[in-house]
Ligand binder design. Structure first.
Ligand SMILES: Cc1cc2nc3c(=O)[nH]c(=O)nc-3n(C[C@H](O)[C@H](O)[C@H](O)COP(=O)(O)OP(=O)(O)OC[C@H]3O[C@@H](n4cnc5c(N)ncnc54)[C@H](O)[C@@H]3O)c2cc1C
Ligand code: SF4
Length: 334
């Protein structure tokens, strides 16, 4: 690996201006922010990331979880995954987020990993992490080794002929179901991006994963007030019970009033190239009486456009069952 320069940002503006000198904020960025380091340092050791400058943002004053005027919550980008998962208000009002975080990685990793870093963690596709293998995401135009190769754990929704990698984050799936907003400070000022617009589909530019531009620093993630009377649940299915990424997962936020579903937000993990919101499933559920047949119809709608690869057709039924079970839990009486 080339030598790189490590500097510590004194404040947010300092970090943004230092980062703005980068050519890109996507794969191949020559300047990178360092938060908990549990993704970035791994990828630097593998030569997948080769920044010439690393800006340590870990001391920025972005480590607070704060209530917002009018309800809702503001989570600093440097809040550690463990602190967020165990926050009393998050556990009570945004249970799906706490459950998703606790389903991820290990206790040690959650103590290091941050909200901003989790949002931006990279795919676990084995070819992306192997510099000897063609990979359009790592090296545009080189090909996709996973199509026709080892793709058991990869995506069935939102894929393209250029990339079929999943977004591996559990937290992101919960944030989609909660309709979170990503707060960004860039050279042009502040902007707010709904989580559903933050991650991009691979299309023919899989090296581009988010809407971030050089210098853009995620400062916070904000959550709206919890939907009145709602319950929220995260369920993750994987090859072993801990320290493993999702094969399929589901996050559901639902309200049942007068025997009918009056609010439903559905997101899937482990199956999409980005954290996958299913408005199709939500439309099936809204206004209906909760029950097995309805949940099955919602799950069918969510997976209707699934496009499996040579090794991962099993994910279609796995994701359906995962969603049905999560819907049961989210709509049952407390
Ligand atoms: C063995 C292992 C198992 C894991 N298992 C799971 C799992 O089951 N589920 C799961 O969801 N995750 C899992 N993870 C991933 C883990 O959650 C992420 O590595 C972690 O959340 C990344 O956070 P970080 O602060 O360490 O990020 P970093 O490594 O510091 O940063 C990651 C990326 O985000 C950028 N970045 C960080 N903060 C900001 C910011 N504020 N603004 C702009 N850019 C920023 C960095 O430049 C870098 O490109 C696992 C990781 C490992 C190593
Ligand atoms: S699926 Fe994406 S990340 Fe994996 S080899 Fe293909 S292009 Fe690379």
């Amino acid at each position: 690996m080339d030598m790189f320069q490590l500097t510590r940002a004194r404040d947010v503006q300092d970090a943004v201006h230092a980062g703005a000198a980068a050519r890109t904020a996507q794969q191949g960025a020559d300047i990178r922010f360092l938060a908990g380091g549990t993704t970035l340092i791994d990828l630097m050791k593998l030569d997948v990331e080769r920044p010439v400058r690393v800006i340590d943002i870990s001391r920025l004053a972005l480590d607070r979880i704060e209530p917002q005027d009018g309800g809702g919550m503001r989570i600093g980008a440097m809040v550690r995954n463990a602190d967020l998962a165990n926050d009393e208000t998050v556990r009570r009002d945004y249970a799906v987020l706490s459950q998703a975080l606790l389903a991820g990685a290990s206790a040690q990793l959650r103590n290091m990993a941050t909200t901003g870093g989790n949002l931006l963690q990279r795919t676990r596709c084995v070819y992306f992490r192997d510099t000897a293998a063609p990979c359009n995401k790592r090296q545009p135009g080189s090909g996709c080794s996973a199509i026709g190769g080892y793709n058991r754990n990869l995506a069935i929704l939102g894929t393209s002929d250029h990339c079929i990698a999943t977004n591996p984050s559990d937290m992101n799936v919960a944030l989609v179901a909660l309709e979170a907003t990503v707060q960004i400070q860039g050279v042009q000022g502040q902007r707010a991006v709904p989580i559903g617009e933050f991650h991009t589909l691979p299309g023919d530019t899989p090296d581009r994963e988010t809407v971030l531009q050089p210098g853009d620093l995620v400062t916070h993630v904000t959550l709206p007030p919890p939907a009145p009377g709602s319950r929220s649940v995260y369920l993750k299915l994987r090859d072993r019970a801990s320290y493993e990424f999702a094969l399929a997962s589901a996050a559901v936020v639902a309200t049942v009033s007068n025997g009918a579903i009056s609010h439903a937000r559905v997101a899937l993990g482990g199956v999409g190239t980005r954290p996958w919101r299913s408005t199709e499933a939500e439309a099936v559920l809204l206004g209906q009486t909760p029950g097995e047949a309805l949940f099955r119809a919602a799950a069918d709608a969510a997976l209707r456009d699934a496009r499996p690869q040579s090794q991962n057709a099993f994910k279609i039924e796995l994701a359906r069952r995962c969603l049905v079970h999560t819907l049961k839990q989210a709509t049952q009486a407390a």
